[in-house]
Design a binder for this molecule. Structure first.
Ligand SMILES: *Cc1c(COP(=O)(O)O)cnc(C)c1O
Length: 465
């Protein structure tokens, strides 16, 4: 492909993208395909001869488009949306054409220095103190893995990387049952092992905080049994129902016991740009590590996870490795972010934050988040008034509900709603019972979309046997 052809197609694809987004409400949110349907349309063998872009693009529309779930749809109320606001897409287009590797300061100084400044903007925006440094990880899962690796190394006197874990006393990590599965996987990958991730019971309170007295007792028992308590992982906004731990109390225990405290606020952390929601993570300034995903509620195209650390030296001590070919002369004065994360290579992710935050201003982003919280609350109250059971009360823009009947009928309702296509919801388990989650957070959502959601849920519920 020559650059004139690239230019022609680049413009066409930009126009195609704008048209796609302008008409997105007309498409079903969730893909309506059956397993294997798309694969059946893809040739089994690669082409030997070059093909024309016209043909490739036509096949994209014909084969790929029907098989997509539309994550940017304004009525995406499942999981948590992964928003890509238009200014962040434009920045990603620039990054795509530049395609830099940003592992060392030297390999792209602007990327490193932009990342430092953007993470400091975000730090200020969510109200963390100035002694936190930030780095962009590809996902919250990676940030949590990095934090767990630091917990492990601290607990093992920085010998885990060298000696491995076999034979010695086991480091232990504590969390509630409300945490995301990325915590379990970080524990597996770090070699700590599921048996040493101790899930402490939650209190029977609305946001299901971890029982801190039970945590203290467990740590004492573990020390007596010869284990090495290493860290605590707190949740601010669990994925299922938005569970929130008492971060101040966890910080207290962590300080008393010399443990490392990591806070997973992957989706809810974005809301902390609004000071009125910061009660949800009161005490976070005493954490050692905090992660939230600008690629969720702030609209920074996936992937972009903001990881704040109070002591980057501990992270570097855990992850930095400097073979001769990566040494640079300026190493003393500059930051090489590849030493702050598990992968070596890294994309230029900070550019989209710069475009995004400038294009909306924090005020624009705050207004959107406040709207989502208010509109989700309207749907919740509408369902309550219509006789649905509210299983978990709203935490920011997330609540869960049930219709009458057993779990099977509730699952049938979710499936019927998603097959209808006007909105997209997912289910969870709360105290062993199926509940239907409603999570507002799509950038393009309006109040009218909330009203449609309320209507669709009631209409489809009436149509079920
Ligand atoms: C989305 C989410 C994650 C995982 O985020 P990734 O960036 O996909 O790894 C972890 N924790 C919580 C609470 C989440 O909402």
């Amino acid at each position: 492909m020559d650059w004139d052809e690239f230019s022609k197609w680049g413009k066409q694809i930009a126009d195609w993208g704008a048209d796609y987004h302008k008409t997105l409400r007309d498409r079903p949110v969730r893909a309506q395909t059956k397993p294997g349907e798309i694969a059946a349309q893809l040739p089994e063998a690669p082409p030997e001869a070059p093909e024309a872009m016209d043909a490739i693009m036509a096949d994209f529309e014909r084969v790929v488009m029907p098989g997509l779930t539309h994550w940017q749809h304004p009525r995406f109320f499942a999981y948590f949306p992964a928003n890509a606001a238009p200014p962040s897409m434009l920045a990603e287009m620039l990054v795509t054409v530049l395609a830099p590797q940003c592992m060392l300061w030297q390999t792209s100084p602007a990327a490193t220095e932009m990342e430092q400044r953007m993470l400091d903007w975000l730090r200020q925006a969510i109200g963390l103190p100035a002694d936190f440094s930030g780095v962009i990880q590809d996902s919250a899962s990676s940030a949590t893995l990095a934090a767990v690796l630091v917990m492990r190394e601290r607990a093992l006197d920085w010998q885990g990387n060298t000696r491995g874990l076999a034979g010695g006393a086991a480091p232990r990590v504590y969390c509630s049952g409300q945490v995301h599965t990325s915590i379990d996987r970080a524990i597996w990958v770090s070699g700590i092992g599921q048996e040493n991730l101790v899930k402490i019971a939650s209190l029977d309170a609305p946001r299901r905080p971890l029982d801190v007295d039970a945590l203290r007792a467990q740590i004492m028992a573990d020390r007596a049994a010869g284990h090495i308590p290493a860290g605590i992982i707190g949740a601010t906004g669990g994925t299922s129902i938005g569970g929130c731990d008492d971060i101040a109390a966890l910080a207290e225990v962590a300080a008393e016991e010399g443990l490392y405290l990591h806070v997973d606020a992957a989706w809810a952390g974005a809301a902390m740009i609004c000071p009125e929601y910061r009660d949800l993570w009161a005490g976070v300034e005493r954490a050692d590590s905090v992660v939230f995903n600008p690629h969720k509620w702030l609209g920074a195209q996936f992937d972009c996870s903001a990881h704040f650390i109070r002591d980057p030296d501990a992270l570097r001590q855990t992850l930095a490795i400097r073979p001769e070919y990566l040494k640079t002369h300026a190493q003393q004065e500059v930051t090489d972010f590849s030493e702050w994360s598990v992968p070596l290579g890294r994309r230029f992710r900070a550019l989209k934050l710069w475009f995004l935050i400038r294009a909306y201003g924090l005020d624009g982003l705050r207004a959107m988040i406040r709207n989502h919280v208010a509109w989700s609350g309207q749907v919740c109250e509408g369902l309550r008034a219509a006789g649905f059971e509210i299983v978990s009360e709203p935490v920011l823009s997330l609540f869960s509900f049930r219709t009458s009947g057993d779990d099977a009928r509730n699952l049938a309702l979710v499936e019927a709603i998603n097959a209808d296509g006007r909105i997209y919801l997912t289910q969870t388990l709360v105290d062993g019972r199926t509940a239907i989650r409603f999570q507002a957070g799509a950038f393009g959502m309006t109040e009218a979309d909330a009203a449609i959601a309320l209507d669709v849920i009631q209409e489809i519920n009436r149509s079920l046997p």
